[in-house]
Design a protein around this ligand. Structure first.
Ligand code: PNS
Length: 175
């Protein structure tokens, strides 16, 4: 029996949720959230922001590959990409829920602003939050990159294939 909470069930229309982010790169915190939420919705679209002005370490295609690698075995999870407004993409994908994770109170203020703005833009879409797993509450893509660049060990904070790509991209290993 699936003992996980399901937000969508029974005769209601299927619920698609969008989990948007930069994912530059994917961390185990993101992955934990994807695992936990995949059981709650009929479909989960993990949406990679395509924003070249942020000067990402990995291209959108690389970020999508890393997500797909890590998510094999989760049949109701898809990887997508978007530019422009998130709510436009959510509507295009038929999503009624935006999913975000909160690690600490410091995340809350920005998330609150985004939630209100997104609701103003598209009142039919609800933002749902999950608290990040405490084991990853200090993990961010930005810190992972910084620690790795400076020679620190990020094992256990990102999936192995992400660590491998960091080694190639930052230290030029295995090229
Ligand atoms: O992983 P991040 O960088 O915290 O994700 C931020 C993201 C992608 C959710 C946010 O920047 C976003 O939604 N960008 C798309 C542009 C948009 O819709 N802006 C208005 C949001 S209120």
């Amino acid at each position: 029996m699936n003992r996980r909470l399901r937000i969508s069930r029974g005769s209601h229309p299927p619920v698609t949720a969008i989990y948007p982010g930069s994912f530059d790169p994917l961390t185990n915190g993101h992955l934990d959230l994807i695992r936990r939420s995949s059981g709650m919705f009929d479909k989960l679209v993990v949406a990679v922001l395509n924003n070249e002005s942020k000067q990402p370490l990995f291209s959108v295609a690389e970020r999508q590959d890393m997500l797909r690698d890590a998510m094999s075995g989760m049949p109701n999870v898809e990887v997508g990409t978007f530019s422009g407004l998130l709510v436009h993409y959510a509507k295009e994908r038929g999503a009624r829920v935006i999913l975000r994770g909160i690690r600490a109170i410091s995340d809350y203020e920005f998330e609150l602003q985004m939630t209100h703005m997104n609701r103003r833009l598209e009142p039919g879409i609800e933002t749902v939050f999950l608290m990040a797993n405490e084991a990853y509450s200090f993990v961010s893509s930005r810190l992972v990159k910084e620690v790795f660049r400076l020679g620190g060990d990020v094992t256990g904070l990102v999936p192995p294939q992400v660590e491998q790509r960091l080694r190639q991209r930052i230290r030029g290993e295995g090229l």
